[in-house]
Ligand binder design. Structure first.
Ligand code: SF4
Length: 62
């Protein structure tokens, strides 16, 4: 699975990083970013949970 964070939509709430820190982390612009590409199978469920929880739907499949 591949995920991206739409930088224009991310409001830096931190929820995805809290939910799945293995896949999401802050970038230099203070926004969330995907740090594992592709997302390994064993982390897909947790990454999906983060995706579903994003308040602005910034986490997307390209
Ligand atoms: S949950 Fe969404 S809005 Fe919040 S930091 Fe992550 S990508 Fe950005």
């Amino acid at each position: 699975m591949k995920l991206i964070v739409d930088q224009d939509l991310c409001i830096s709430c931190g929820l995805c990083i809290e939910t799945c820190p293995e896949v999401f982390d802050w970038n230099d612009d203070g926004k969330a970013d995907v740090i594992l590409d592709p997302v390994p199978e064993e982390l897909e469920e947790s990454a999906r949970e983060a995706q579903d929880g994003c308040p602005t739907e910034a986490i997307q499949e390209p």
